[in-house]
Design a protein around this ligand. Structure first.
Ligand code: XMP
Length: 606
């Protein structure tokens, strides 16, 4: 029996953004509990309202998650989001059908602006990620908002206080998402105010002490924000001699990484608690000949565990008395399939490989930040007194440059666009081709691995508005694609149709080429004072050849939490200058800019 009922229940139907709903509610001072679909109705009746999350399935699929009908008769308000909206409509007698996909921004026209849309404008921007839609409303329900492509983007049965929204109010790109959630939580469910999340540090420290008890913590640190913040939290929770950090130099790090980590931990008085293991030869050996994105991720995750266990033996650490510490944050878990395996696997993050999951089952892992998102981690870091240069660093993935060095075993060449897609591109004064390479995306809460469209502007002008609209329409309407790139610099005479994929694996020279390109980007951004204008700026090496070399892709993005992102709109002249500098390196034929949001593309390419 819950003692406090001033909160909401969230039912996790397998969506990528389920946990983000809880987080967004935290932002507005509303607490919630996340349950699986089989939660008993009596438990739900103890909450002020119920939110049904999104999910990757279609409501008519066999085995698609559903909820007890009883929820609808509790008299408790319900808000369905995306899949939850479709499930609610279907359970109430409405009809759901497969439609054209809608991924990314959509313009919403609000028809009824009380309840959910109170104090928000009639026209507003929302974020969509779906291919099914509610085509007939249940009896008693009214359509309260729609988009061009989705007539029933929101519905309400006011009498029974049941609501559905096709878009995602929990992601930051939905302009008035917080207002909509606040209207539901406070206006409809009558949840009373509570202080916003603050002063979390003492609670986190208490949690670490309770989890560790008498044990010490052996921490895998990478130099990034998450693991450093988690490490420092542990160092505040336990006497210094009971924590030890291990940094593994995989040979897949950015230039200057090891030195920067030493300096950062040194300035925090933790320099003597750090050990460094040079393991580049081992990583190179295990990755030799590997091309599949997930395969790479599994190998790397496994190797980290292996090295950590060898190091513990070497340092005479008794595994029974030590926990393994990691800086895992929530998006790492959800993208790897969620804590309960209900969400789709988008990509297996290095700290969620099978070996780590086994250690977690044995209760041997501690992850102080596992419920947090990047921006929350940054604010905890700032509150701990870490320097802004560290807390504001661009995220860098655990598997490092390995997942930005795209490999291939196939051969093939560029394909022309379908005639309809070619016409759309032509009207916008661009030309386009399908590159013979795939990248990872997230569409309708599920992983996709699809071809990439390359564009080129005949007049050499780039206009972000046109590119945004081309990118959205190519991915949503015209093609089975999840990513669009545009040429910003190339060797003379390069034509898109010349693109060929070549057989490449992770080789030392390729990693070095990528590291140098990455360094050019980082130093140019810093020099131009633009570092903080983007959330992250991956640089990718693709085995696409035009004249015997390869291709570099620039992927600057803006995001709040990494769960959704927009391609960043940096000054075009500046990008071309970077592009030209990189292209002058030998072995680079062309430099492209990635102009895709997340969804439909993920931030990294694999
Ligand atoms: P995607 O590519 O899924 O990435 O949009 C979201 C954020 O996560 C980072 N990323 C990782 N971070 N281990 C990490 O610690 C990983 O295996 C991993 N894969 C992706 C990515 O750089 C972005 O910031």
């Amino acid at each position: 029996m819950l003692t406090d009922t001033n909160n909401l229940a969230i039912i996790d139907l397998g969506g990528q953004y389920c946990h983000l709903i809880a987080r967004r509610l935290r932002d507005i001072g509303v607490d919630s509990h996340i349950y699986g679909p089989d939660v008993p109705t009596e438990v739900l009746s103890q909450h002020r309202g119920v939110i049904l999350s999104g999910g990757p399935q279609s409501v008519y699929n066999q085995g698609a998650p559903s909820i007890d009908e009883g929820v609808l008769h509790l008299g408790v308000p319900v808000l369905g989001i995306c899949y939850g909206h479709q499930l609610l409509a279907k359970m109430l007698g409405g009809e759901v059908a497969h439609r054209e996909g809608e991924y990314g921004f959509a313009a919403l026209e609000v028809r009824t602006s009380d309840t959910l849309f109170r104090d928000t404008p009639r026209a507003q921007q929302v974020w969509m990620s779906h291919s099914d839609a509610v085509i007939a409303l249940p009896r008693g329900a009214t359509s309260i908002a729609g988009t061009d492509r989705c007539r029933n983007a929101a519905f309400a049965d006011f009498k029974r206080r049941l609501f559905g929204v096709q878009f995602h109010p929990e992601v930051v790109h939905t302009e008035y998402g917080k207002n909509i959630l606040r209207n539901f939580a406070r206006g409809v469910c009558r949840i009373r105010g509570r202080s916003t999340p603050s002063g979390r540090i003492p609670i986190l420290i208490e949690q670490i002490r309770a989890a560790a008890q008498r044990r010490s913590i052996f921490f895998l640190v990478s130099g990034g924000v998450d693991s450093t913040v988690a490490f420092v939290l542990c160092a505040r929770a336990l006497p210094k001699e009971r924590i030890l950090g291990l940094y593994v130099d995989t040979g897949l790090m950015r230039q200057g990484e090891t030195e920067e980590l030493r300096a950062n931990l040194g300035s925090l008085g933790l320099g003597d608690r750090l050990r460094v293991k040079e393991a580049s030869a081992l990583f190179a050996e295990r990755l030799r000949g590997v091309t599949g994105p997930e395969e790479k991720r599994h190998i790397i995750g496994r190797l980290f565990v292996e090295i950590q266990s060898d190091a513990m033996r070497e340092y005479g650490i008794d595994q029974q008395h030590w926990l393994l510490g990691q800086g895992t944050i929530y998006p790492d878990t959800i993208e790897s399939g969620g804590a309960n395996g209900r969400a789709a696997i988008i990509k297996t993050h290095h700290n969620r490989c099978e070996e780590i999951q086994e250690l977690m089952r044995q209760g041997r892992v501690i992850e102080p930040l596992a419920e947090f998102y990047k921006d929350e981690v940054r604010s905890v870091g700032k509150a701990l007194g870490l320097p802004p240069r560290l807390t504001n660093r661009w995220p860098f993935p655990g598997p490092g440059l390995a997942i930005r060095c795209i490999c291939s075993r196939s051969s093939g060449k560029a394909q022309p666009l379908s005639s309809e897609a070619a016409r759309t591109v032509e009207v916008a004064k661009y030309e386009g081709a399908l590159l013979p390479i795939q990248s990872v995306g997230v569409q309708g809460d599920a992983r996709t691995y699809r071809m990439v469209v390359a564009l080129r502007n005949r007049s050499k002008r780039l206009d972000y508005r046109t590119l945004q609209s081309l990118s959205t329409s190519l991915c949503n309407v015209h093609l089975e694609t999840n990513r669009v790139v545009v040429l910003i610099s190339s060797r003379p005479g390069v034509r898109l149709e010349q693109a060929r994929i070549c057989q490449r694996t992770i080789e030392a020279e390729r990693v070095e080429l990528l590291r140098q390109a990455d360094f050019i980007v980082r130093s140019s951004m810093e020099k131009a004072g633009l570092t903080e204008k983007v959330w992250q700026f991956p640089v990718v090496l693709a085995p696409i050849s035009f004249q015997g070399g390869e291709t570099i892709i620039l992927r600057p993005v803006n995001s709040e939490d990494g769960m959704t992102a927009n391609f960043a709109r940096l000054p075009v002249r500046f990008l071309r200058q970077i592009g030209d500098r990189i292209r002058r390196m030998s072995k680079v034929d062309a430099v492209f800019l990635d102009v895709t949001n997340k969804p439909p593309a993920t931030i990294e390419w694999e």
